[in-house]
Design a protein around this ligand. Structure first.
Ligand SMILES: Cc1cc2nc3c(=O)[nH]c(=O)nc-3n(C[C@H](O)[C@H](O)[C@H](O)COP(=O)(O)OP(=O)(O)OC[C@H]3O[C@@H](n4cnc5c(N)ncnc54)[C@H](O)[C@@H]3O)c2cc1C
Length: 310
């Protein structure tokens, strides 16, 4: 059905922004995944509204027929790919600027590192935690991304989005339903366009030092030399996923080119030749083995897109 939309899409987007059969391994930090039928690069608010209006009038649904990609750093796309349109925001959505002396307006496609650097340059503290999280603001809001004691929940004042009826909405406070690696956006189908991040005046040098310290921690503890999606599993209450995996004897355990990192058991890494099926089978094996040994059921933090069979 999506194939038939080409002519209509080309009335909205420049032709070079409508890519057929785009290999998703190019757009995920795991560096695996098959083709998406369509990959749409959307650079303006006007184009986004028009594309969403078109999909809605054609009866096409979010998740089933189209998917919003952030920076692909928490995503596993199946080897068979995705039979719909992946939408990738850029252009004006990648911008961030000072809204007032302590509030940053960040587009959904702005990278966390860019927003963190803007905060540092304006001597604002509170966003240092996100400097090393390799995703976009949109992805960070959906996931309530967090690290080293910080999380999006602590700094987000409001989020602007387009809901599934095409309405522009602003969500704030409890409406955002932030929790551990979750938010209202996990269940509410909408496209986040921007947010306001409220920070506290601080000392530029201290902010920079904190960012550097956190970066050193990541480099020393995480297998950043291999493609991955960060922590593969959520932290089960009262446990650490990495410790449970290590205690189950799975350090270095491999399926094809996917491996439980030798450096940090909480990470599944692509040693270079992994397929999405390898990664998925490894995830299932780890879940089963950890459950056998400890009775704890690990839940993936990584989001799956496409069809998977163990
Ligand atoms: C090396 C490494 C280290 C990591 N460390 C951390 C860490 O310390 N803490 C942490 O929390 N995470 C970490 N992660 C995981 C990942 O970076 C985060 O989950 C990040 O927030 C995902 O953002 P993204 O832009 O890549 O989103 P994606 O992976 O592209 O998408 C994530 C979800 O957000 C949705 N989404 C994205 N943009 C929008 C939008 N505009 N509107 C609606 N929905 C949208 C997608 O549909 C998807 O459901 C790490 C990953 C790697 C590879």
């Amino acid at each position: 059905m999506i194939i038939d939309l080409y002519d209509k899409l080309s009335g909205i987007l420049p032709e070079e922004n409508i890519i057929k059969d785009e290999d998703m391994s190019r757009h995920t930090t795991f560096r695996v995944g098959g083709p998406a039928d369509y990959f749409l690069k959307i650079d303006t608010y006007k184009a986004l509204k028009e594309v969403l209006d078109l999909f809605r009038t054609e009866g096409l649904l979010m998740q089933e027929d189209y998917y919003i990609l952030g920076n692909g750093s928490n995503l596993l796309v199946s080897d068979g790919g995705y039979r719909g349109a992946v939408m990738s925001l850029g252009g004006e959505f990648a911008e961030c600027s000072m809204e007032s002396s302590n509030v940053i307006k960040a587009g959904a496609a702005a990278l966390n590192v860019v927003v963190a650097n803007l905060a540092r340059d304006n001597s604002l503290t509170g966003f240092e935690f996100a400097h090393g999280i390799p995703g976009s603001i949109g992805g960070a809001l959906v996931m309530n991304a967090g690290a080293y004691g910080g999380e999006m929940k602590q700094v987000v004042r409001s989020v602007a989005a387009i809901d599934e009826n095409g309405n522009e909405i602003i969500l704030k406070g409890d409406e955002l339903e932030f929790g551990y690696r979750t938010s209202v956006f996990k269940k509410k189908k909408c496209v986040i366009t921007s947010c306001l991040i409220e920070l506290t005046p601080g000392d530029r040098k201290e902010i920079e030092n904190t960012m550097n310290e956190l970066k050193e921690k990541r480099v020393s503890k995480q297998p950043l030399e291999y493609p991955s999606a960060g922590s593969t599993f959520k932290r089960p209450e009262g446990y650490f996923a990495g410790k449970l995996i290590e205690d189950a004897g799975l350090r270095g355990y491999s399926v094809g080119g996917a491996q439980v990192s030798e450096k940090h058991c909480g990470f599944v890494v692509n040693k270079g030749t992994a397929t999405a099926t390898d990664v998925y089978k490894l995830i299932v094996d780890v879940q089963n083995r950890v459950f056998e040994v400890s009775g704890v059921k690990l839940t993936p933090e990584v989001i799956l897109l496409g069809d998977f069979k163990a």
